[in-house]
Design a protein around this ligand. Sequence first.
Ligand code: AMP
Length: 314
Amino acid sequence: MAITVVGSIAFDSVKTPFGERERMLGGAAVHFALAASFFAEVRVVGPVGDDFGERELEVLRKRGVDISDIEHIERGKTFFWRGEYGWDLNSRETLETQLGVFEGFDPKLSARSRSSDVLFLANIQPQLQRRVREQLPQARFVALDSMNLWIEQQRESLMSAIASVDCLVLNDAELRQLTGRPNIVSAAREVLAWRAPSPELRGPSVVVVKQGEYGAALVTNESFFALPAYPLENVIDPTGAGDTFAGAFVGYIAAHPHEELSDELLRRAMAHATVLASFNVEEFGTERVERLTGEEIVARMQELRAITQFSGDT
Ligand code: AMP
């Protein structure tokens, strides 16, 4: 029932056609943790610098997230990312990435973080993801996200990290880039064939393909499932939507420890992930999810069910 997550804890400066924000709280692990906290206990692992304060920690604390493995590096600077979106919000340009305290970071997990039964390796250097994976060899379910930067710069290291997890969560363009295959179903099936590096690991059996405003697909060796994104008329800032999606997906699986990883469970997890991601994009950064309620999630789940159902044989 508990998830450990390692990934970027960041300040983001973001410009969209609807406004801009300087140095707002962000990072893959932060967006993930806020979403996952609606379903399970979450423990965040990662470093921050002197510029990261009480105000930022309080956002996580308020959602009940365990922050005791967030390490403060003295005289260090928190990870920083600057990005700008095109007019339809489908294209995003990274203008600046400063790894800061993530450079040379050596993750030391407390006994609590090592005891989680679910692990999420959010987007960060693949060798860091691998070092954290090694510290939770017994985890029941392990998922991993990454991005183009690491596919381009550390492909081999990323491939061996992916081979050590149960589930890969990736954008469609990144999945194509990673495998060199233009078709996402065949690209996902290729990843499913990647062998685990050691016999005690299982290797990937689930691939989740995020497709932005077009929704997301789920590919296993036996099955395929897809959902559209929840239709919103006002999207303000997509930053963190992918991590929020992953947070709800993995959180939902963590919340059902006695169910096997069936298609039925994975599909319900996909629906919750779609709903959480839709809230995230309604405002900048973490603003909307910070004040989200369980009732709002339930209501939107019903709406998503209604718009994805049809009847009749012909
Ligand atoms: P998403 O919009 O879900 O793809 O994720 C956006 C988040 O990823 C932002 O909050 C950034 O802080 C974080 N991010 C951007 N670039 C990187 C990177 N190279 N490594 C880790 N996290 C990153």
